[in-house]
Write a protein that binds this ligand. Structure first.
Ligand SMILES: Cc1cc2nc3c(=O)[nH]c(=O)nc-3n(C[C@H](O)[C@H](O)[C@H](O)COP(=O)(O)OP(=O)(O)OC[C@H]3O[C@@H](n4cnc5c(N)ncnc54)[C@H](O)[C@@H]3O)c2cc1C
Length: 267
């Protein structure tokens, strides 16, 4: 049997906690999680949300699962969305995912808002038997002089892990756009971190320019940077353009990812 970089695992919710008004931590557990590996930081996984009336998401098993999944009828096939591993505890076979509650418009947000212990989940995650581990992007060169991390609340799990991983002596500028200052969560790091929280003051997340405006006003340190940007797609693309075109940062040193797209559902 071929070992693929990602494989399907089954788990159940064991507990949930409201981290902030708009961020809900879902903890999954189960024996299947022994097969998962996480490279940490911005490790991405996919979750499958059961449709109304289903006890668990219908996801085919086996090597051809994806083709079979695509062929499922619309009233059977679960919605698939991408999330970040907030924490994986292999010893306890527990995995945390922090889900942004942005209303009932999306299957992910609405499922997370209602999730409770016992709810069944299918998780597409890196298979521990496969090397190398795939599905993570924070790859800072060793000679980086300073790091810029920026994103909205969907990137907060990754940003927190990145900031917390950076060692003493590292210089970090971090910018996080959130719904309101009630969304602030603690971040501890041995690094020299300047962390700026940007509040939308309850206004809808419209992929606006809060991050760009704040970064435009910022004087960057000297030396070779590495930038990691994630959040609403148009805001992040715009921010990347600013860094590369206006601030002259080498585009190879800017990782950027549209984590969601205003007005569209993306898998
Ligand atoms: C690599 C990667 C890692 C990610 N990690 C996380 C994570 O750890 N936690 C997390 O919560 N999200 C994360 N996301 C983002 C998440 O996949 C999207 O927000 C996704 O659209 C949520 O699915 P949904 O079913 O709730 O909404 P969808 O069905 O996809 O969208 C429905 C509507 O809601 C809007 N929408 C989607 N997300 C938001 C939002 N955050 N705020 C306001 N409106 C929104 C869409 O524009 C659309 O109009 C990640 C995305 C990627 C690509």
């Amino acid at each position: 049997m071929t070992v693929t970089p990602y494989a399907l695992f089954r788990a159940a919710v064991v507990r949930t906690s409201q981290v902030t008004p708009h961020l809900r931590r879902i903890t999954f557990a189960g024996p299947d999680l022994a097969g998962i590996v996480s490279a940490g930081l911005d490790q991405r996984i996919k979750l499958f949300f059961p449709l109304a009336g289903q006890d668990e998401p219908v996801v085919p098993e086996g090597e051809n699962w994806y083709t079979e999944f695509r062929a499922l009828p619309d009233d059977v096939r679960p919605a698939m969305r991408t999330y970040t591993v907030r924490d994986f505890r292999p010893g306890e076979l527990e995995l945390d995912v922090d889900v942004v509650l942005h209303g009932d418009t999306g299957p992910g947000s609405s499922w997370a808002g209602r999730a409770s212990a016992g709810d069944r989940m299918a998780i597409l995650a890196p298979d521990a038997r496969h090397t190398p581990i795939v599905g993570y992007e924070f790859k800072q060169p060793a000679d980086t002089a300073w790091t810029l991390v920026a994103g909205d609340e969907t990137a907060l799990p990754a940003i927190t892990a990145i900031v917390e991983s950076l060692p003493a002596g590292a210089r970090v500028l971090a910018f996080v756009e959130v719904d309101s200052l009630a969304e602030i969560t603690p971040m501890s790091s041995a690094a020299d971190v300047s962390l700026t929280w940007l509040s939308r003051a309850g206004k809808p997340a419209v992929g606006g320019g809060l991050l760009r405006e704040a970064i435009e006003r910022t004087t960057f340190p000297d030396g070779k940077p590495y930038a990691w940007l994630a959040g609403e797609s148009s805001a992040i693309t715009d921010l990347r353009r600013h860094l590369v075109n206006a601030r002259g940062i080498d585009k190879e040193l800017v990782y950027f990812s549209g984590y969601w797209l205003l007005g569209s559902a993306i898998e």
